[in-house]
Design a protein around this ligand. Structure first.
Ligand SMILES: Cc1cc2nc3c(=O)[nH]c(=O)nc-3n(C[C@H](O)[C@H](O)[C@H](O)COP(=O)(O)O)c2cc1C
Length: 293
């Protein structure tokens, strides 16, 4: 469903082209979020855009979204009046460049995505990730494993531009994770508890899923996944997971991931090796099968 909108400005260039500025109400996504959509239309079909939204503007910035959008409309109008052919070619070329640069990666065709959240590539979370992979492989499911700590993932800067165009402004390794998540039906997060939450590199990935939410919301194509969370803590007692679980729950909720299973393994400082926990491998295999079903 498109967002409710109202036309703020219009300028007809000729029989073919016109400029239109619309105000779109994105309140269904976030309180007070308004997006301004300036488009060059060719036979009523948009061929170039400028978009801005109210969440981009911090309290100290003097200019706000509406004044920025109106100024952009006046700028385009002035330039289109003075040199119509040249400016239209320029706008279309800019649009093509943007689309080429931000083109999503091709569908990798995965059934499941596993996020191995520990910075240690061969620790207990990595061991449990290998059990999940083996289970999925034995069921013939194509599986991707990502270790955020070994990837180039820029932390989210809260620019909110993802709600303008449905993609993140950063072109880093998150693109692979977005493409994998969009293709899969199961999303597994395996993480150690770090200072009561997840390691920083995994948190960077989690925050960047804001753009995944935007991708689905802006393109009106909410992709749903089943979710499984597996975690280890050094200290003894399930209370050591009381912060990390809500972090994962919030992440999954915003990302359209329906959490169907969870395995929490405490006391790793004492146990040292998850392979020595009786029944743990079987328990994880069962959770994977349950979450797929
Ligand atoms: C920086 C850091 C912070 C940690 N914080 C906690 C914590 O708050 N609570 C806890 O029980 N264990 C904590 N641990 C222990 C880890 O959770 C434990 O070693 C981990 O489960 C091992 O997983 P891995 O072998 O996959 O890396 C911390 C470890 C590190 C290195």
């Amino acid at each position: 469903m498109p967002f409710p909108s109202e036309k703020l400005r219009e300028h007809r260039v000729d029989d073919t082209y016109s400029l239109v500025l619309e105000k779109e109400d994105l309140n269904s996504l976030y309180s007070r979020m308004i997006r301004y959509n300036l488009a060059l239309l060719e036979n009523d079909k948009p061929v170039a855009h400028f978009r801005t939204n109210t969440y981009e503007y911090t309290p100290v910035i003097a200019i706000k979204a509406e004044s920025a959008a109106l100024a952009q409309f006046e700028d385009w109008k002035e330039r289109i009046i003075s040199r119509p052919e040249k400016f239209i070619v320029y706008l279309k070329r800019q649009e093509k460049l943007k689309n080429d640069v931000y083109k999503p990666l091709p569908d990798p065709g995965y059934d499941a995505v596993i996020i191995q959240g520990s910075p240690r590539p061969d620790g207990n979370c990595a061991i449990m990730a290998s059990w999940v992979v083996d289970t999925l492989n034995s069921m013939g499911r194509r599986t991707a494993v990502f270790q955020p700590d070994g990837m180039y993932i820029r932390p989210c800067t809260g620019c909110y531009q993802c709600y303008n165009y449905g993609h993140c402004v950063f072109l880093d390794d998150m693109r692979e994770i977005y493409a994998a998540a969009l293709s899969a039906s199961l999303f597994v997060v395996i993480s150690p508890v770090y200072t009561n939450t997840v390691p920083a590199s995994l948190k960077a990935m989690i925050d960047r899923f804001q753009a995944y939410h935007a991708m689905n919301a802006v393109n009106d194509s909410r992709h749903t996944l089943s979710g499984l969370f597996i975690s280890t803590s050094g200290r003894k007692g399930k209370e050591n997971f009381s912060n990390v679980v809500p972090v994962i729950d919030a992440f999954m909720a915003v990302s359209g991931i329906k959490k169907k299973g969870q395995v929490l393994v405490d006391n790793i400082d004492e146990i040292y090796d998850v392979r020595s926990v009786p029944g743990l491998k079987k328990k994880i295999e069962k959770e994977v099968v349950k979450c797929l079903g």
